[in-house]
Design a protein around this ligand. Structure first.
Ligand SMILES: O=C(O)CCC(=O)C(=O)O
Ligand SMILES: [Fe+2]
Length: 286
């Protein structure tokens, strides 16, 4: 599947046909591609960072680095103000206001993904296809890779939301069976995720592989779209990714006055009700 790219500047217009077109693509596929080059120079986005230098700025525990999962690092200081203004622009845009209830900038994160043999032979968590549950309903994440990104270094991939109802699941029979006999809680929670080859066999035409050049970004509702990323398959390669999240006041990452447990309970009931209404047509793949 391919996606048309829009200039990020269209978000600053009160009314622009491109923004309306972008909104309908977002509603259809749950995602949208942007070019950031009108707001940020590509040289700034593609710093020739040395991986050891990047790792030394990481705050992560050795156990997580060992397993090769993406780990948090600082957003480069010279980039932060520009990324923040892109986040504010997105949060206040007509696009976000039409897509989300009372959107605001939730946070800006940056992660570093490195090669790990164990992770390549046995992917887990974000390396497997999944949907997020960061809010009751929708959210928007803008993924901005800081280096050129392809299948070897943690490419982000996403499934168009046009092919599956929000309240139905795609499930991987093998991962369900495995989780039944799994003791490791971390692995057990992969139960509702899907292996890459399994999903591609059935949904290849609906998958967007974000082979990114510096200056490109993907806006996606990760609660609604299945997605995966961060698996670096070649030794010595890495991926640095900035992630800007825009959400509603009910977003679970916001420090707000909502009671988290009550929200979780409400979310669960809301899912149950809707799964009942859509008559639970989950798709089991093997
Ligand atoms: O690191 C990636 O490419 C995937 C991250 C992810 O699944 C998420 O942020 O929801
Ligand atoms: Fe995710």
């Amino acid at each position: 599947m391919d996606l048309k790219s829009y200039d990020i500047k269209i978000l600053s217009d009160k009314y622009s046909p491109s923004q309306t077109e972008a909104l309908s693509s977002l509603k259809k596929h749950g995602m949208l591609k942007f070019s950031l080059s009108s707001m940020i120079s590509n040289d700034l986005i593609a710093p020739t960072s040395d991986i050891d230098e990047l790792l030394s700025s990481s705050t992560l525990e050795p156990s997580i680095i060992k397993s090769g999962y993406s780990h948090p690092i600082e957003v480069p200081m010279y980039l932060y103000p520009i990324i923040e203004s892109i986040g504010q622009l997105l949060a206040s845009s007509k696009l976000a206001r039409n897509y989300l209830f009372r959107p605001s900038l939730v946070n800006i994160l940056s992660s570093l993904s490195t090669f790990n043999k164990e992770a390549v032979s046995d992917p887990t968590h974000a390396h497997l296809w999944h949907r997020d549950a960061d809010d009751i309903g929708r959210q928007l994440k803008l993924f901005i890779p800081l280096n050129k990104c392809g299948p070897d270094n943690g490419m982000f991939s996403a499934l168009s939301s046009s092919c599956i109802n929000y309240y139905n699941y795609i499930l991987d029979k093998r991962l369900i069976l495995r989780s039944d006999s799994e003791d490791d809680e971390y692995r057990k929670s992969d139960r509702t995720r899907i292996n890459d080859s399994v999903l591609r066999r059935s949904f290849n035409d609906f998958i967007y592989d974000f082979k990114a050049m510096p200056g490109e970004a993907l806006l996606i509702d990760t609660n609604r779209c299945y997605h995966k990323g961060g698996l670096v398959t070649q030794d010595g390669m890495f991926r640095q990714m900035v992630q800007v999240t825009v959400g509603s006041p009910t977003h679970t990452w916001l420090e707000n006055s909502f009671d988290r447990r009550l929200l979780r309970f409400l979310r669960h009931q809301w899912y149950r009700l809707n799964r009942f209404l859509v008559q639970k047509k989950d798709i089991y793949l093997m």
